[in-house]
Design a binder for this molecule. Structure first.
Ligand SMILES: [Zn+2]
Length: 341
């Protein structure tokens, strides 16, 4: 059986998987992303994660047909480099990640954009299998987007799908990117945490930060938000209501342009809050949809936390991906992990 590796490189974690035919996950490892050092340290941790995942699958890295990487920043697969990965330590200049990893692992390596490969995974193996054109919305620390049009990933000149920076309010709240009024300024976990701290400091009653401490966290994770919402915390409820409205406006506006058949909602927040919130986003889209008589399907991402790494593994065999998507449609592999850590 042919086996492939996939790595989802994130600011807090490195998720590696080894998958067999039909996308079945045979091995899976999650390591913390180094917060100090530089690209060589991150690359070494990525290679370790693949070795461990391969070991779990009863293999060594050189047995893999190849390893795909879903990376943040400016990814250039033809040059084999990643640049300006701002969530990673000292990673601004282009770094030859492909060749460094290929040498360390003894197999070929392909690079892709993290959000796009997660969208491709949902398209080939997950919630978007019945469709040809989709929008992936990854609601997590920020809000990322991926686009598949008529069966093909749409990357634009390289930066397509930046749905978090669709403006939902002119002159609105400051976005982590520095601009104003973007969807991410109202919905991204980082922006939500900043706003919650402001409201808390102004004397608004909230248990968000107590829950954070009880859970041994140093930030408001998706799990902390989920617990606060369940406890009907007033600040959490208000901020997530605003986030849902912003997502509704931003996603519907994007659908007005692309007219995709389906929207898949993933990311740490999207997966953790799940179906009830996907339904709320669907409702929040309705007032903004131009053709509201035929809204797109809206689904929660089926591959969960492993979607990014599984999608990266698909980079190794692009020819098989279309076959998987149209002809054999392998069964989805669901993730058991549900946190965004
Ligand atoms: Zn922005």
């Amino acid at each position: 059986m042919a086996i492939r590796g996939g790595i989802d490189l994130g600011g807090t974690k490195i998720q590696a998987v080894v998958v067999g035919d039909r996308g079945a996950v045979l091995g899976s490892t999650r390591l913390p992303t180094p917060t100090t050092g530089g690209p060589p340290d991150v690359a070494a941790a990525m290679a370790d994660a693949v070795r461990q995942a391969a070991d779990e699958a009863g293999a060594v890295p050189s047995d893999l047909e190849g390893v795909g990487v879903g990376s943040p920043g400016a990814v250039d697969d033809s040059a084999g480099t990643v640049a300006t990965a701002r969530n990673l330590p000292d990673w601004l200049d282009a770094y030859p990640l492909r060749d460094v990893l290929a040498d360390a692992l003894g197999t070929k390596v392909r690079l892709g954009n993290d959000v796009q490969v997660a969208t491709d995974a949902e398209f080939a193996l997950g919630a978007a299998r019945p469709y040809k054109s989709i929008l992936g919305v990854f609601w997590g620390t920020g809000v990322g987007g991926g686009i598949v049009l008529d069966g093909k990933p749409w990357l634009g000149r390289s930066a397509a799908g930046e749905i978090g920076h669709v403006v939902v309010r002119i002159g609105g709240r400051r976005c982590p990117c520095g601009r104003r009024g973007g969807m991410e300024a109202y919905a991204g976990r980082l922006a939500l945490e900043r706003r919650a701290r402001e409201l808390h400091d102004k004397g608004n009653r909230t248990r968000l930060f107590e829950i954070m401490e009880e859970r041994g966290r140093d930030r408001l994770t998706s799990g902390v938000w989920a617990r606060a919402l369940k406890a009907e915390d007033p600040v959490a409820t208000k901020l997530i209501d605003q986030a849902v409205k912003a997502l509704g406006a931003g996603v519907a506006s994007t659908v007005n342009v692309l007219d995709v058949e389906a929207v898949v909602i993933g990311g740490g927040m999207g997966i953790r809050l799940g179906e009830p919130f996907t339904n709320r986003i669907r409702e929040a889209m309705m007032p903004h949809l131009f053709v509201d008589s035929a809204p797109p399907a809206v689904h929660v991402a089926a591959l969960g936390d492993l979607g990014g790494a599984i999608g990266a593994s698909l980079l190794v065999k692009p020819a098989r991906r279309r076959q998987a998507a149209t002809a054999t449609r392998p069964r989805a592999t669901r993730s058991k992990a549900r946190s965004d850590k």
